[in-house]
Design a protein around this ligand. Structure first.
Ligand SMILES: Nc1nc2c(ncn2[C@@H]2O[C@H](COP(=O)(O)OP(=O)(O)O)[C@@H](O)[C@H]2O)c(=O)[nH]1
Ligand SMILES: [Mg+2]
Length: 362
């Protein structure tokens, strides 16, 4: 038994040793990589779900009014006649798409109805959704400034969410490993600097300037020097938005623009106009005025979580040709998302039942 037992133990040990495998250095690296990728994937999915739910929640009111009324028309009419088009026109205009965009969309709808020989109003729904999708399409939207050395000039009237957007943007960029400098060029109100300082601290960026009453153009000048000295990736410039004194405001913006162009020619310049989506056609008018005095390269529509009507996004893009780059869906640091027109139209026109869990309690 002794011998036999000994022999068996040895055999077992061999088996155990056989099933053991210490990963080689290379295998170990591959495994770690796989785990890291899986975690990252899961986090990204979770994030995407959270954001699309927030967007859907934000658009719930729009869906309830605008889309539901439209569906009444599609379902309620038996013929595609003038009255049918008039009803649609009213709904689109009430939904903040603006007169011109509405006319364009309806002209296209009429043409498609003719070309495709559509006779059932219900079939117009998909055509209309397609037209809205087209009106929002401005081709590839550039986010170069996120990747290269850049200066992001943020403009817009008071209270639209400029400072908040800068805070959120700063957080996104810092998380992506960027070195961010923020210029507090809203020197009009004393509180403006404190608000921005809090955001800068929370997001991990360096704040320059902002003393009440100081010249905003000199803040921009100092901030560019600081950005260069710190080898910053992105310089975010917060500005004041006193539209009651339009001429001065616009002159001030022009002066800051000249300084940026002169002092920081190596940086990509992105001019973002921030618009409060709940203000409807006012937002379109503001964008038009700012576009006259600066090279607006993108829009940020804030407060999309509120009572905003989604149609405003369509109006801005189609009437002014300004691509919407981000939308704000809340006041928290993570409530800024890149605008995805497909996801947007999808969330807006989701039929009942297509709305995923968690959106209903909006
Ligand atoms: N609900 C909501 N509130 C926002 C959003 N963006 C900004 N705000 C709020 O709007 C108010 C004005 O924002 P602020 O950044 O100070 O505007 P500024 O005057 O343009 O700098 C603040 O109370 C913000 O918290 C958003 O996307 N959703
Ligand atoms: Mg501000």
């Amino acid at each position: 038994m002794g011998l036999f037992g000994f022999g068996k133990k040895q055999e077992e040990e061999e088996i155990i040793e056989d099933s053991w495998h210490v990963p080689t250095e290379e295998e170990w690296e591959v495994m770690k990589q796989e785990v890291a990728e899986k975690v990252e994937r899961e986090l990204a999915e979770e994030e995407a779900n959270k954001l699309s739910n927030r967007l859907a929640q934000g658009l719930a009111k729009t869906r309830d009014n605008f889309v539901r009324n439209m569906d009444y028309v599609f379902g309620g009419f038996t013929n595609i006649d003038d009255e049918f088009y008039e009803e649609l026109e009213e709904i689109l205009i009430t939904g903040d798409l603006g007169v011109r965009t509405t006319e364009m969309i309806l002209d296209n709808l009429r043409e498609e109805v003719k070309n495709r020989r559509i006779s059932d109003p219900k079939e117009c729904r998909d055509v209309l959704v397609e037209q809205i999708r087209n009106a929002l399409d401005v081709g590839e939207i550039s986010y170069d400034f996120e990747e290269k050395t850049s200066v992001v000039f943020v403009v817009g009237v008071n209270g639209v969410g400029k400072t908040t957007t800068i805070g959120k943007l700063s957080a996104k960029l810092v998380l992506a490993g960027k070195n961010v400098v923020i210029a507090a060029a809203d020197t009009f109100r004393a509180a403006a600097r404190d608000q921005l300082a809090a955001w800068a601290e929370r997001s991990g960026a360096t704040l320059i300037g902002g003393n009440e009453g100081s010249d905003p153009a000199s803040v921009v000048y100092d901030a560019i020097a600081a950005a260069k000295a710190r080898k910053a990736d992105v310089l975010l410039i917060d500005t004041a938005g006193r539209l009651h004194n339009k001429k001065n405001l616009m002159e001030e913006l022009a002066k800051m623009n000249r300084i940026i162009d002169r002092e920081y020619p190596g940086a990509i310049k992105e001019t973002l106009i921030v618009l409060d989506a709940t203000t409807g056609q006012n937002a379109v008018n503001q964008a038009r005025e700012f576009k006259e005095v600066s090279d607006v390269s993108g829009a940020v529509l804030t407060k999309m979580d509120g009572s905003a009507k989604g149609g405003i996004c369509v109006a801005i893009t189609s009437e002014l040709g300004i691509p919407i780059k981000y939308i704000g869906v809340g006041e928290q640091i993570e409530d800024l998302q890149k605008f995805d027109s497909d996801a947007f139209v999808g969330a807006l026109f989701a039929k009942d039942g297509e709305v995923t869990e968690g959106e209903e309690d909006a």
